[in-house]
Design a protein around this ligand. Structure first.
Ligand SMILES: Nc1ncnc2c1ncn2[C@@H]1O[C@H](COP(=O)(O)OP(=O)(O)OP(=O)(O)O)[C@@H](O)[C@H]1O
Length: 265
């Protein structure tokens, strides 16, 4: 961070095209977006609108083909080298032969943290996601929701300020998802991380976010950016309030406007 800006992610006229044999695929086109420190930003839109590509570009896993993208005021490559982000995938992607604590410690091992520091960080991050006491278990001994919490702990273990989460709760049933949503909000409040979160769920996006980015496909672009008027502290029953439903309706309208039903098979 250069001290002049609080922008964690800044995209300006960002475009990203994948070359393909039968014509290029424009995954992102003219994306302009600022994500400030401490924001919780959700990306919502139909399949193929470029949500994952945008997250991967922030993480320096894809290279933009036009425009500019900065992360903490730096190029994505330098931000990656600075360990600016933790990444949480849809599947927990834990190694089955490693215990939960050894899974969480893995990035720390790769980054060369000493064993005492590793142990302390594993203890602290497992406590953050309410998994204290499960250190010695193997992933298959935990429920899907607990596995996903372990993968969040792994992403948090090296203290990155930015957390990139690609549909982390998409495969979980609704009750577990509700629970993890409210836990994630508490974790966000406690840690003051900046979170970029991909989802297909309107209620999830509205419940979690300070800002909702609505995207549409072909080419992938941002069609609406909704700044939430909900308070930061959100009990689950906030989802029944008129204010919540109003934001959800605006997201739904944005999704409808960008959706071509003819192309759905
Ligand atoms: N490595 C790649 N090579 C070619 N095309 C790609 C590649 N990665 C993504 N695409 C294409 O880019 C577009 C955007 O993909 P992306 O995965 O970002 O969409 P998404 O909004 O995350 O979709 P979903 O909700 O299904 O995960 C899609 O048309 C996809 O097929």
């Amino acid at each position: 961070m250069d001290g002049r800006t609080t922008a964690v992610v800044e995209a300006s006229s960002l475009g990203l095209t994948f070359p393909a044999g039968d014509g290029d695929i424009v995954a992102l086109s003219d994306v302009n977006l600022t994500i400030d420190k401490g924001e919780f930003v959700s990306f919502i839109g139909p399949s193929g609108c470029g949500k994952t590509t945008f997250l991967r570009a922030i993480a320096d896993l894809e290279k933009p083909t036009s425009g500019t993208l900065t992360v903490n005021g730096q190029t994505p490559e330098n931000a990656r080298k600075d360990r600016a982000y933790g990444y949480v995938f849809q599947a927990a992607a834990l190694y089955p032969w490693r215990t939960i604590e050894d899974n969480v410690a893995l990035p720390l091992e790769i980054m060369g943290y000493g064993s005492a520091d590793r142990a302390e960080r594993v203890r602290r991050t497992l406590a953050l996601v309410n998994l204290s006491g499960f250190e010695k278990k193997y992933p298959w001994q935990l429920s899907g929701g607990m596995q996903q919490r372990a993968s969040i702990a792994r992403a948090l273990s090296f203290d990155a300020d930015l957390l990139l989460m690609d549909e982390p709760f998409g495969a979980l049933d609704e009750i577990v998802r509700d629970h993890l949503n409210s836990e994630l909000l508490k974790l966000w409040a406690r840690t003051e991380k900046t979170i970029c979160f991909v989802t297909h769920s309107i209620p999830e996006a509205v419940y979690l976010s300070t800002k909702i980015v609505v995207m549409s496909p072909r080419p992938g672009r941002v069609t609406d950016v909704i700044v939430s008027t909900l308070p930061r502290e959100r009990p689950l029953d906030i989802r029944e309030t008129p204010e919540f439903l109003e934001i959800a309706a605006r997201v739904r309208d944005g999704l409808r406007a960008g959706h071509s039903y003819e192309e759905v098979v």
